[in-house]
Structures are given as structure tokens and as C-alpha cells.
Design a protein around this ligand. Sequence first.
Ligand SMILES: Cc1cc2nc3c(=O)[nH]c(=O)nc-3n(C[C@H](O)[C@H](O)[C@H](O)COP(=O)(O)O)c2cc1C
Length: 432
Amino acid sequence: MKKFAGCSLVVSFAPTGSNILKNNGRFPLVISRRNKFSYRLFSTRVLKAQLHDKPGVVSRYYLPPWFSVAPMMEWTDNHYRTLARLISKHAWLYTEMVAAETIVHQKDNLDRFLAYSPDQHPIVLQIGGSNIENLAKATELANAYCYDEINLNCGCPSPKVAGHGCFGVSLMLNPKFVAEAMSAIAATTNVPVSVKCRIGVDDHDSYSELCDFIYQVSSFSPTKHFIIHSRKALLNGISPAENRSIPPLKYEYFYGLLRDFPDLTFTINGGITSVEEVLAAREAGAHGVMVGRAAYTNPWHILGHVDSAIYGTPSPDLTRRQVLEKYLTYGESVMGKYGRRPTMRDIVKPLLNLFHSEPGNGLWKRKADAAFKNCTTVESFFEETLVAIPDSVLDSPVAKLPPGRRDLFANIDNLLPPPYKTREEEAVVICA
Ligand SMILES: Cc1cc2nc3c(=O)[nH]c(=O)nc-3n(C[C@H](O)[C@H](O)[C@H](O)COP(=O)(O)O)c2cc1C
């Protein structure tokens, strides 16, 4: 049992009597029923009493967020995070963005939106919203779930979000509001608070405007950690997906911030697709590196190297068969927990990328398509589909670190924007 400052974590879902592990044959064999329901979500019912006196107090013993998996709506749900944690012990995991209004209005139904397994620590809750009272209230309600950090979304360009009520990336245009919101959020929790933002919005894309935002938010609120998506957002005309590929990456802005705000910590995000690139970003000085799409679409080859290559610690050292076995126990225990959800499809979805570019991957996906129509349990889904994957793939550990652009930031110092001067500093220069 792990002991944390504010939470006593007693939950485990690792099966002890697995038959799959002992068998070199096909998937799956007889599943140990003993532990089938041992996977419990991090429920307020379990923890409220312990946390009552110390809202938001959680462990400080995790390794730092040198590597994190980005918040991604409909992707980084409980199921994906469960899979991710089986592959990497130390990666920091972000939730999908949860709207503050959802938390406030669903306060009697919070487990559905906020519960997670304690194995998922270190975990950051990302919230979104434009109403300071609701952001603070939502944070307060989330305290019972012991998230390790609260992050405010100031980067989402979706018209559903940014277009209504100054939410998501639109907030970057109002740093005073963000500072007030972050102060209100921080006042209701003891865990660190952070902001995830873009490098700019529409024509507000100069380095000094980005610095003004960082300066104001960090000076007038307790926010000392910023996650910087190194592309600006275009609010008119392009989709959220295009907003993640069309505006050019400007890593030089990120490294400019590192130089100009030495008292803050910055995590770089955007376009990083391999562990070699993560290492390159860290070598160039980034405090942390956040990976989104690559960690979702290729979890085995990205997350499988995080513990050893980035944290210098032993990896969980599981094969994919062992990961799937543990995941099966999880999946069967949560299926239909909230009425019809999660469905088998919800639960299996993050697994569909586990065999990225491996022999049998195409056939496994085709079999999965068919199995979704006639399988009602994760176990039967595995039985029907995993015959497509060779044993050599299922039973091999994570391969050698694949090549990547280790020189991605080699030239960054020559590209940095001119040093930032605050308006006060500029005024002093003009008057002098
Ligand atoms: C499907 C999807 C959903 C996303 N949802 C969120 C979100 O809820 N909150 C957020 O701050 N960013 C969200 N993002 C943006 C990512 O967090 C990240 O900033 C972006 O994908 C760039 O990183 P990458 O190039 O490593 O993918 C989402 C991205 C994707 C692909």
C-alpha cells in the first residue's frame, strides 16, 4: 500500500493469479476472476473522510514532469490513462479538459467525470471555463479526488470553446482575467496550478505579446508553470485539427521564454514525435516536454521508453501480452459502470494503437472492426482479435530506442527572439 501525504491509497488492480502469463499460447485463456472487481475508481466515497481536513493535499514524491502526456478530449480518458500507466510509471498524465460548469452542475455525479484509479498518479486535471466563480468551485469540488495539479486550458481553439464566452485560447487575449482566475483557483486548492496556452492567437502573435501574457499571469497569480503549445491558434476558418498542423511551430518562442523568465518553469508542447526529440528538448533546457498525438497513436514505442530514457529508472518491463492481461482485468471491472457506458468500444479504443507498425496490425484492426459488432466482453474481443498478432510481438519487451531528430533544437540559440522587456522596463529606457 502506498502512503501519500493526503491520501492513503489502498486500491490495486494487478491480478496475482493470471493464467495468461503462464501460457505461451494464444490470447486469452482463462482469466483470474479473483481480482476481477478489485479495480476501483478513486471514489469520493472512499476518500472524502480522509481528505476532509486537508483539501487538495497530495503526494510530493513523484519524479518531476519531465515528460507528460497532453490533455486530449475523447482520447486521454480513464481507459487510455490506464493503458499509459501500465507502460510508463513516471509519465505525468493529463485528463481530458473538463468544463468547470460540468463539474459544478454535476456535483452529485462527480465520479463519472473526475474519478480515476490511484495508479494514474501523477495526474493533472485540466479544467476549462470563463467564469471565475465556477472555476474556483470546480477546483474545490475536485479536491476530493487528489489530483496532483490543476491546469487551466488557455489553448483550445475549438469554436465550441473559444467562440463562446472567452474560453480556451481566447483567454490569452485577457491576461488580467487569467491571472484573476488562477488566483481564485489556487485559493481553493493546495496543489500547484498551471496554465496551458498557445504562443499566440490570430494577429496577436508577436513574442512580446506572448511574454506580456506570461508576465501578467505569473506576476499577479501563483502560476509558476506554463505549458506552451508552440503554434499560435487561428480562430477563424480552420478546424481544431488544422490548428494543430497549419500554424507553424515556433520553438524559438518557447526557448525565448526560458531565457526571459528564469524563475518560471516551462513545458514545451507541439510536434514532438519521438523520445529522441524529447531528450533533445530537455538537453536544450526545457523543464518538461509534453507529447500529445504521438503518445496516443504509438503508445508502446513512446511511453515504453519514458521511464528508462527520460527518468533513468527501470521500465515496468511488461510485454504487450502482460499489459493486455492487466488491462483486461481493468476493462471488465469498469464495463457498464455508468449505465451503458463505458461500452466495450470505449474500453478497447486506446488499445487499437498498441501494435502500431507491427506485423499483424492491419489484420488486428480489421478483426477488431468485426469484433465490435458481435463481442460483448473484452475477453471475447481479445479471443477473437489477438490471433492476428504473432507471439513474437505479444511477448517481446520494448525494443531499442528508435531513431529520432536528436538535433531538433541544435540551432535554437541562433533563432531566439530579442530579449523581452516589460512595459515598465521599456518606459525606463525611453525616459532615460
Ligand atoms: C484529439 C485531441 C484532443 C485535444 N484536446 C485537448 C484538450 O482537451 N485540452 C488541451 O489543452 N489540448 C487539447 N489538445 C491539444 C493537445 O493537448 C496538444 O497541445 C496538441 O495535440 C499538440 O501536441 P502534439 O503535437 O504533441 O500532439 C487536443 C489534441 C487532440 C489531438
